[in-house]
Write a protein that binds this ligand. Structure first.
Ligand SMILES: Nc1ncnc2c1ncn2[C@@H]1O[C@H](COP(=O)(O)OP(=O)(O)OP(=O)(O)O)[C@@H](O)[C@H]1O
Length: 251
């Protein structure tokens, strides 16, 4: 359930690569229990924003991030994770030659410092929640794309994060799998994890997010409820493209 309490506050975050300003003075907050969506064209700075918040693999040049009462913008990535902030990556990050369970175990050890019975209990709960229990002994490298996505999310969720950053989790999924993923994201939120979600598949993004922030050229262009963002003419024409929004309205 969304509360008025803030789980993360990002203030004036910025990052440059030479003369390119990849993230330019971006500020936003997420409330506890909320799903905030991020939309924007390729190269808008969405993934770089995730990198800056998690400091993985690099932190910001400018700005502040306060997560659950802690300033985290100068902490090491593993310290940020241990405070309860986890992320997934666009690219496949599982260890192909380890089993599903072994991959999740690594997430619990590295992400949350879990050991012994607490670790095993977290693994079992995560296998159930992500519907991976029947596949626990399969090699990660042998999984179809849908289960691979689940495993990436499981490896983050085993640490029981209070905030989860999901980077394009629906890429490569068919429409039935996308609908399944949509339900899963809502389940994760209902289990107490706030979510920041980057997604190009707009029906999914607009379907799960309480608010959507639109980025372009590194800047935050606008932010609001999906129903308002979907009608915003400058978002439609300039940034999401008329076709993308036609598809959205058709759903
Ligand atoms: N390590 C880096 N070195 C140099 N430039 C980078 C680096 N990382 C990102 N960029 C540049 O920063 C800009 C923003 O990239 P970013 O990957 O954050 O965009 P994005 O919105 O996530 O795009 P996509 O939707 O394609 O994933 C791009 O111009 C990209 O080329």
């Amino acid at each position: 359930m969304t509360t008025t309490e803030t789980i993360i506050e990002v203030r004036g975050l910025g990052k440059s690569f030479g003369s390119l300003v990849a993230v330019d003075d971006v500020s936003f907050t997420i409330r506890r229990g909320e799903i905030l969506g991020i939309a924007g064209p390729n190269g808008a700075g969405k993934t770089t924003l995730f990198n800056l918040i998690t400091r993985n693999p690099f932190g910001p040049d400018r700005g502040e991030v306060v997560f659950d009462g802690h300033r985290i913008d100068r902490l090491k990535p593993h310290r940020i994770m241990r405070l309860g902030l986890a992320r997934t990556f666009q690219k496949e990050t599982s260890f192909a030659k380890l089993t599903v369970e072994q991959n999740i175990r690594l997430g619990g050890v590295y992400g949350a410092g879990l050991r012994g019975a607490a670790l095993q209990a977290a693994i079992e709960a995560t296998l159930e929640m992500l519907e991976l229990a029947p596949l626990r002994n399969e090699l990660a490298g042998s999984l179809p794309v849908f289960q691979t996505k689940h495993l990436m999310i499981a490896s983050a969720m085993v640490a029981r994060p209070r905030l989860l950053l999901l980077d394009e989790p629906a890429s490569g999924l068919n429409s039935i799998e996308q609908a399944d993923l949509q339900r899963l994201i809502l389940r994760l939120r209902d289990s107490g994890t706030s979510i920041l979600l980057i997604e190009h598949i707009l029906p999914l993004l607009f379907g799960v997010s309480e608010r959507v922030m639109v980025m372009d050229f590194g800047k935050k262009l606008t932010e609001g409820p999906p129903s308002e963002i979907a009608r915003d003419p400058q978002v439609i024409e300039a940034y999401l493209g008329g076709k993308a929004m036609e598809n959205l309205h058709a759903t």
